[in-house]
Design a protein around this ligand. Structure first.
Ligand code: ADP
Ligand code: MG
Length: 154
């Protein structure tokens, strides 16, 4: 299943994140793909808002992972960018399919840790404030979320 959107502001990308957050449950794994500046962290900010997490979401690039425990559901935000070409095990598996939703930027660098059951979100910078955002999953677990998005308008 697949659905795509075109956003024209970071607020619209956040609104998508906020909307889908209501579908997330403990153990969900969400992969965020796309180049630097595509809007992955911005999207996670929207998810945090939907989960009623009051803290600002900042890029976890330098500490690999940030945990947010004060919302409706624990949120684990991983940025695996700095793990490129490193074959180190730093215990991330505890948070992937753990007791919260886990959102992962640069998942290609930790592929062995990614379960088959996941939601893919690909963001593409189309210039200026335009972003193309594709939601895709082979897992029936995310069919409700994707069907839900069909009723969502920006
Ligand atoms: P990434 O995590 O993919 O590197 P960020 O979310 O950190 O990207 O940065 C995206 C940047 O692009 C932010 O400065 C944001 O304000 C800007 N931006 C402009 N338009 C959009 C949009 N439509 N969606 C998301 N971000 C946007
Ligand atoms: Mg980022």
């Amino acid at each position: 299943m697949r659905i795509e959107f075109n956003t024209i502001s970071s607020e619209q990308t956040k609104a998508l994140g906020e909307f889908v957050s209501s579908f997330f449950t403990a153990g969900d794994v969400v992969l965020l793909k796309g180049d630097l500046g595509a809007g992955k962290t911005t999207f996670v900010g929207g998810v945090a808002k939907g989960l009623e997490i009051k803290e600002d979401v900042i890029s976890p690039t330098f500490n690999i992972m940030k945990c947010y425990f004060k919302g409706k559901l624990p949120m684990y935000h991983i940025d695996a960018y700095r793990l490129e070409n490193m074959s180190i095990e730093i215990g991330l598996d505890e948070y992937i399919e753990g007791d919260g939703v886990c959102l992962i930027e640069w998942p290609q660098y930790i592929l062995p840790l990614i379960p088959d059951d996941h939601l893919d979100i690909t963001l593409l910078n189309k210039g200026d404030n335009h972003r193309h955002i594709v939601f895709e999953s082979d897992s029936t677990h995310f069919s409700e979320l994707i069907e839900g998005l069909r009723r969502f308008s920006l």
